[in-house]
Design a protein around this ligand. Structure first.
Ligand code: SF4
Length: 328
């Protein structure tokens, strides 16, 4: 690792990427490391505050990257405006946007400056487990583009990844050091660590972990499509609850106007409506999944014999995680 090596640490504000940053700070000159945070525009306020805290405590500067969907939105506007398709899809729905839906969508499709909202407006829907475009468009592509620019211009780039082998089957064979391409490497200093080791490392450096571990229990979007009932209850009952509710209510209305069906909800898991969209009347589905209905549902702990709804995920994966350390 010579002087010209540039060390990038993908920082989410979560424990693993924080511990990785601390190790890099311990081992390397300050001017050779660059912590990078990719801002979805839907982060929990505590995470922004925690990044400020890390900057102050470690005397470092975190690079904030923000995706921009202005061009994609312009493409979508053109596509809708020029839609002249004929025929129907396999469910019998007309392919062409109705004139009313076109008018509403074209009025709504203007960049807001919030990446999460702009992406959902452009897609005409919120991400789901089946179409989880958020991590890819809001985190991975932005980070990869940033790294690629560096690789083109620098002699050697090392990405420090805070992943651990005990996290999942997918990661159980993760290598400590890996060559990705000419002058481009991954370094994974935590692969043999446990979760306890990670928290211990943060404590040993005289720092606190992100306070979200004591409340909502996860670091990432607020809310995240993978939030479970308990996470949502903690989020809505926190000081940020009313603002979060207002934000998502507003987003649901705007994304609905930008969609071909005129309907959109943030949480689309089947559990509340008792069926997938298409298995119950759309009015029932969207009413039961609106953010106000979700908030009401989350406010009451419910347990049925043999089922633990508090920990049940809306979607079928338990976490949003990124090998780059961008999500946790
Ligand atoms: S934290 Fe959740 S909502 Fe945010 S990008 Fe990851 S999966 Fe998507």
């Amino acid at each position: 690792m010579g002087d010209t090596t540039h060390h990038i640490i993908g920082l989410s504000g979560g424990k693993d990427s924080t511990a990785t940053l601390l190790l890099a700070r311990d081992r390397l000159p300050k001017n050779s490391i660059q912590p990078v945070f990719v801002d979805t525009g839907n982060e929990h306020p505590a995470t922004y505050a925690y990044l400020d805290y890390l900057e102050r405590q470690l005397s470092i500067q975190v690079t904030h990257l923000k995706p921009d969907f202005t061009a994609d939105m312009a493409d979508k506007r053109r596509y809708i405006a020029q839609d002249r398709r004929t025929g129907r899809d396999k469910r019998g729905v007309k392919l062409r946007w109705s004139n009313r839906r076109k008018r509403e969508a074209l009025a709504e499709l203007h960049p807001t400056g919030n990446p999460f909202l702009d992406l959902c407006l452009t897609k005409g829907m919120f991400p789901t487990n089946r179409r989880r475009f958020c991590t890819d468009f809001l985190k991975t592509r932005v980070f990869v583009g940033f790294v690629d620019d560096l690789v083109q211009s620098r002699k050697k780039v090392i990405i420090w990844q805070g992943i651990r082998r005990d996290e999942s089957d997918k990661r159980k064979n993760a290598k400590l050091f890996e060559r990705v391409g000419p002058g481009f490497y991954y370094f994974r200093p935590l692969i043999h660590w446990s979760e306890k080791d990670v928290f211990q490392c943060i404590a040993d450096h005289g720092l606190n972990p992100n306070p979200l571990y004591q409340s909502v229990g996860r670091v990432g979007c607020a809310p995240c499509i993978y939030s479970n009932k308990k996470d949502l209850r903690a989020l809505f009952q926190s000081e940020h609850g009313p603002a979060t509710l207002d934000k998502i209510r507003d987003w649901e209305q705007r994304v609905a106007r930008a969609s071909k069906t005129g309907k959109a909800v943030f949480f689309q898991g089947k559990q509340l409506a008792g069926a997938h969209l298409g298995e119950v009347h759309p009015l029932v589905f969207y009413q039961r999944h609106s953010i106000d209905a979700i908030q009401h549902w989350a406010s009451k702990p419910t347990r049925f014999v043999g089922e633990d709804w508090d920990n049940f995920e809306f979607e079928q994966e338990s976490v949003c995680s990124s090998e780059w350390g961008l999500c946790e």
